[in-house]
Design a protein around this ligand. Structure first.
Ligand code: MN
Length: 263
């Protein structure tokens, strides 16, 4: 059996007087629980070796975190823009482009849904409470696994199929959302205030699911619908890993020739 390797994008944070490269443990646990091996990808790797990274993984999780610098969608910073990390922006935008160019399945969460939308040409609300005062409170002071607002899913969408429902309650820790969805993305989930909570690629395009909530925080619950997101990513990544292994096995002489070619 092939165990898929899932890249999980990391962050850089200060801890006391030391700088740490890491990621919330919940993502690592959720990927592990879904049957894959998570590989944490620090933005400090930079953009020089994206092909090496993408060669090493079968799927990608783009994780939550800082706001994306609005220069990436042609805006000046709003006064309520949060913390940004331009090294991380550059790394994840380039990594997402390389991953989709190579057909890797991608699950994008919170900052991740914002990142893929910007990468594909969409825009964001920089600060929902000030720019959309009628919106729900999408950033309540609640526990990580508190479900604080509903989302309604587009019937028949990949998201609805993967979750097996057409509505569910989700957690919410964000002050930004998608403003204009990028061309080609299908909007597959909305909150009752109309804000976009899920998007996905069209059929035929590389497999992409993106949500504004945090499904990884439910990893220790037994049967939440949210487990379906990680299970679906790992299944896609597993199919891809098997296909590549089978293809290599069918053409063993070709790889021997390739290795011998420098002479
Ligand atoms: Mn929300």
């Amino acid at each position: 059996m092939t165990i898929p390797r899932i890249g999980v994008t990391g962050n850089t944070r200060a801890l006391g007087d030391a700088e740490r490269a890491g990621v919330n443990a919940a993502y690592v646990r959720a990927v592990t629980q879904a049957g894959a091996v998570p590989l944490i990808l620090s933005p400090l790797i930079g953009t020089a070796h994206l092909e090496v990274i993408v060669d090493a993984i079968d799927g990608l999780v783009l994780t939550g975190g800082e706001d994306i610098h609005p220069t990436h969608y042609g805006e000046a910073p709003h006064p309520r823009l949060g913390t940004v990390d331009q090294v991380r922006d550059a790394f994840e935008l380039a990594l997402f482009r390389e991953a989709t160019a190579r057909g890797l399945p991608v699950l994008a969460i919170c900052r991740g849904i914002q990142l893929i939308n910007v990468a594909l040409g969409g825009t964001l609300w920089q600060d929902l409470p000030s720019q959309r005062p009628d919106a729900l409170d999408h950033n309540p002071r609640s526990a990580r696994d508190d479900r604080t607002h509903p989302v309604h899913l587009l019937p028949g969408s990949r998201l609805a199929r993967v979750l097996g429902v057409t509505a569910c309650e989700v957690n919410s820790f964000h002050h930004q959302t998608i403003r204009e969805p990028a061309p080609g993305l299908v909007v597959s989930a909305r909150a009752p205030d109309g804000e976009i909570e899920g998007v996905e690629s069209a059929e035929g395009a590389p497999w992409l699911l993106a949500v504004q909530w945090h499904p990884e925080e439910f990893h220790h619950h037994l049967q939440p619908v949210d487990h379906g997101l990680f299970a679906a990513l790992v299944a896609e990544a597993g199919n891809r890993a098997v296909a590549f292994t089978a293809s290599a096995a069918r053409h063993p002489s070709q790889s021997v020739t390739d290795r011998a070619s420098p002479r």
